[in-house]
Design a protein around this ligand. Structure first.
Ligand code: GLN
Length: 445
């Protein structure tokens, strides 16, 4: 049924970069055979899903939506892929994204833009736009995305699905093609909170192959889904309702918060005073790390090679032709910020600001169990509307980026409509307390 659905709608939505229906049937048959032998199927047995194309899949091309990796076939599975397979997942293919996850609309894909299933003239958000559009359009039962500065939550908000960025370290990044390693985190994109809990439970947990993965027990997230939030303290940071926010989006989000109050939560306005510095600090830290991570695409080790008269010309030809304009912009910004003489003024300063942002959250979580904000200041915008203006595009991550800077878990949950388009409520939790986020989201849903 899902493959039929892809056939019917993907020509218009354009979520998939690579389709693997044949392998999916093989996987499904293998699960049936195991069942016939009396083996107990995994918790995701037979459920069709798809993956953002920056997650390595053994034998299946993994492009990061970049010309640079158009022909690259990884020799191994990412840890999350291995875990999903072990749980019985069936993979239908790889999903479109902004090139190397840099963007907020999926218009930076090196291949084609994905469209928002609610309105095909609008963007699905990004960078996990293909993952979110596929789930929203019924082209996959769930998907995985990656979130460096909002790339799961902002598109989830634009397309009316549930998207979670777990705590930094909760899910192994082994086999996720790196963008900004201190911020990147993989997470589930699902139609409802129960599915989110189920998928998170499968992909979370310690992995010796990722030195930043946390060696902590993984709770039973499904057991945590009790619709009981009486007495829970929820902070509402006023800085997240600032300029640039569409008034109707604010109304919808405030109404959602009022509903949490009716259900017995205690909601209170609070302040995270360094919020306004999160975006500028992110645009130093993320490009700095990206410039370093992307140095490996030199025409030698991976993907594209464009010959030249000597090795330097080969490097230059490969990188000029392989990377799109946004990726080049980030490499230039990051290289500049890390240059000797500028390092202290920009990169080091940004790291100090990051500490201040983290402390804002620590102070807030001394008083509150969780925080509630809008996921994005607007509903999905039109294709092309912000494509020529990188700063306007960067502003659509105003509410999501601070959470990556602090390494905290957060979830975007559909909470209503503005102009007929979905609006997301963002819930932000204490480090490694995904269970409380899921519980509140479940109660709300
Ligand atoms: N939109 C942000 C950026 O362009 C975040 C991207 C992401 O989370 N991968 O960097």
């Amino acid at each position: 049924a899902i493959i039929d659905r892809i056939e019917a709608v993907d020509g218009r939505v354009q979520a998939y970069l690579t389709r693997t229906a044949e392998q999916a049937f093989e996987q499904a048959k293998a699960i049936d055979a195991a069942r016939a032998r009396g083996e107990k199927p995994g918790p995701l047995a037979g459920v069709p899903m798809a993956l953002k194309d920056n997650l390595c899949t053994e034998g299946i091309r993994t492009t990061c939506a970049s010309r640079m990796l158009a022909g690259w076939v990884p020799p191994y599975d990412a840890t999350v892929v291995r875990r999903l397979k072990a749980a019985g997942a069936v993979m239908l293919g790889k999903l479109n994204m902004d090139e190397f996850a840099m963007g907020s609309s999926t218009e930076n894909s090196g291949f084609f833009p994905t469209r928002n299933p609610w309105d095909l003239e609008r963007v699905p958000g990004g960078s996990s736009g293909g993952s979110v559009a596929a789930v929203a359009a019924g082209e996959a039962c769930y998907a995985l995305g990656s979130d460096t500065g909002g790339s799961i939550r902002q598109p989830a908000s634009f397309c009316g699905v549930v998207g979670m960025k777990p705590t930094y370290g909760r899910v192994s990044r082994y086999g996720l093609v790196a963008f900004a390693s201190s911020l990147d985190q993989i997470g589930p994109i699902t139609r409802d909170v129960t599915d989110c809990a189920l998928v998170l439970g499968v992909i979370a947990g310690h992995d010796p192959s990722d030195s930043t993965s946390a060696d902590l027990p993984v709770p039973d997230y499904r057991a945590a889904l009790r619709p009981e939030i009486k007495g829970l303290k929820i902070g509402v940071p006023r800085e997240y309702f600032g300029a640039g926010m569409e008034p109707e989006v604010e109304t919808v989000v405030r109404r959602a918060i009022a509903r949490l109050e009716e259900m017995g939560a205690v909601c209170e306005e609070t302040s995270l005073p360094h919020t306004e510095y999160a975006l500028p600090a992110y645009y130093l830290v993320a490009p700095a790390e990206a410039s370093s991570n992307l140095a490996r695409y030199d025409g030698v080790g991976y993907g594209l090679r464009v010959p030249g008269k000597d090795i330097i010309a080969m490097y230059m030809n490969t990188r000029s032709q392989g990377f799109g304009p946004e990726v080049k912009r980030r490499i230039m910004l990051g290289t500049y910020a890390l240059s000797s003489g500028y390092y202290d003024a920009y990169y080091l300063k940004a790291l100090k600001v990051r500490t201040l942002i983290r402390r804002d959250f620590e102070a807030a979580f001394a008083k509150y169990d969780l925080l509630a904000t809008p996921t994005a200041p607007t509903v999905a915008f039109r294709l092309g509307e912000k494509a020529g203006d990188p700063l306007a595009m960067y502003l659509s991550d105003l509410c999501t980026i601070p959470i990556n800077m602090a390494g905290l878990p957060a979830l975007s949950l559909p909470c209503g409509f503005s102009q007929g388009l979905p609006v997301g409520l963002q819930l932000i939790g204490k480090a490694f307390d995904e269970a409380t986020l899921l519980r509140v989201a479940y109660a709300f849903e």
